[in-house]
Design a protein around this ligand. Structure first.
Ligand code: ZN
Length: 406
């Protein structure tokens, strides 16, 4: 069914902004963008709204939403991890599900239409895949002991074979981090990703301890792995940076790398291997990091940098508008139009989803912000206005959601 939407302004993220025009959608896709309105009775009148592509939250763990405010900010990462593991293991199923739905609702209300979510429990794939986001469901896998690599990989492959994704979802694979996944498991998951054409994602260079662990053997992480009974006595310290280590395992090509706080020496290699990076502004602030992803340098090198919320175990909110404003504060050398690019078009590129910009043939995933008739500022500033908590129009796959109020 053809739907026409009249707008005050449109940020396509694929070209210049357009004012007082009309967007035509057919069968879930954009089929025309015009600079004037044809009118007619079947036109949805959003002539008091700025329209733009929906936001792409490129990294989240929705299954941890129920841990909101259960952990203390700015503690050392390994202490945080040691608190998180039992809290997560003991979380009641009904509270976990409530958290997932509450987190999804907050993301939608703040304009997220596409999502990359790490999911450790395959039982939750159907729940998260059915939330209505266009999504990549990353099967998160941990296993530092090489002896278990093949059996873990077989389990992951069984999920890929036996569980069909929903109509809006596709699979991804996510070895958790270089300090929690064995070299054999990395290689095996990389091969599965190639076989099943899945994107591969990993937390990379998030903490200084990880850098030290891979370069010189770090006592704290080694102790943690021993405490968890997953230490591998055969482990050889690779004496490489996290990025170089992943490259040595053939796991770097087209990787979606989360955090990348300590990668300054490897930016050329990341660009060469077409790595995408996901910056999580509020999580970065939550941990009180002084050193974090060199976003300006990465954008200048042509590296795709997307935005993510991470989980509510290391963030107090999944409101994506707050994430934009946090990025604006943390990145004084990155413009608002670049931040909106990261939040939309680059997020779509990173996840390999046809989402994040509006052009003919693209999926009609879009959001709207009501603006005053006298508004004369830059359209790029509208989503950053401090009082905005929610979007006023929301559409995924050409279907307006009940959140719509414009
Ligand atoms: Zn994460």
């Amino acid at each position: 069914m053809v739907l026409k939407i009249k707008f005050r302004a449109l940020l396509t993220l694929a070209g210049d902004s357009i004012e007082n025009g009309e967007l035509t959608i057919d069968d879930g896709r954009v089929v025309a963008i015009s600079t004037s309105s044809t009118g007619g009775v079947d036109v949805l009148d959003l002539s008091d709204c700025l329209l733009m592509p929906g936001f792409v939250n490129a990294h989240c763990h929705l299954s941890l939403t129920a841990l909101k405010k259960k952990l203390t900010p700015a503690v050392p990462f390994i202490d945080w991890l040691q608190t998180l593991i039992p809290l997560n293991a003991n979380l009641d199923d009904s509270r976990r599900l409530e958290g997932i739905h509450a987190g999804a609702d907050q993301m939608k209300r703040s304009g997220v239409t596409a999502l990359g979510d790490y999911i450790a429990d395959p039982e939750l794939l159907g729940v998260i895949g059915g939330l209505g986001f266009r999504s990549v469901l990353f099967l998160e896998t941990l296993g530092f002991n090489s002896a278990g690599a093949q059996s873990l990989c077989n389990k992951v492959e069984a999920v890929l074979q036996e569980t069909p994704p929903s109509s809006l979802s596709r699979w991804g694979l996510a070895p958790h981090a270089p300090y929690s996944v064995s070299p054999d498991l990395f290689r095996c998951l990389r091969q599965l990703a190639q076989k099943y054409q899945c994107p591969l994602s990993c937390h990379v260079a998030e903490i200084q301890e990880e850098v030290a662990f891979l370069n010189e053997g770090n006592h704290e992480l080694q102790e943690l792995l021993k405490e968890r009974s997953v230490w591998d006595a055969q482990w050889q310290t690779p004496r490489k940076t996290p990025v170089q280590y992943l490259n040595s395992l053939d796991a770097l090509n087209s990787l979606i790398a989360i955090h990348c706080n300590f990668v300054s020496a490897d930016l050329g290699l990341m660009a060469e291997k077409k790595v995408s990076a996901v910056f999580c502004p509020q999580s970065t602030s939550w941990f009180g990091r002084n050193e974090f992803m060199p976003v300006r340098e990465m954008l200048d090198l042509g590296i795709t940098v997307a935005l993510g919320t991470d989980s509510l175990a290391s963030n107090d909110s999944l409101n994506f508008l707050e994430e934009l404003r946090a990025a604006d504060k943390l990145l004084p050398d990155v413009s608002r139009s670049e931040i909106l690019n990261m939040a939309t078009r680059l997020g779509g590129e990173a996840l390999g989803l046809q989402s994040g910009h509006l052009a003919c043939g693209q999926n009609a995933d879009l959001i709207g912000f009501r603006v005053s008739p006298s508004y004369s500022g830059s359209w790029w500033d509208v989503p950053f206005e401090p009082d905005r908590r929610e979007v006023d129009f929301y559409m995924v796959d050409g279907k307006p959601d009940a959140l719509s109020s414009c």
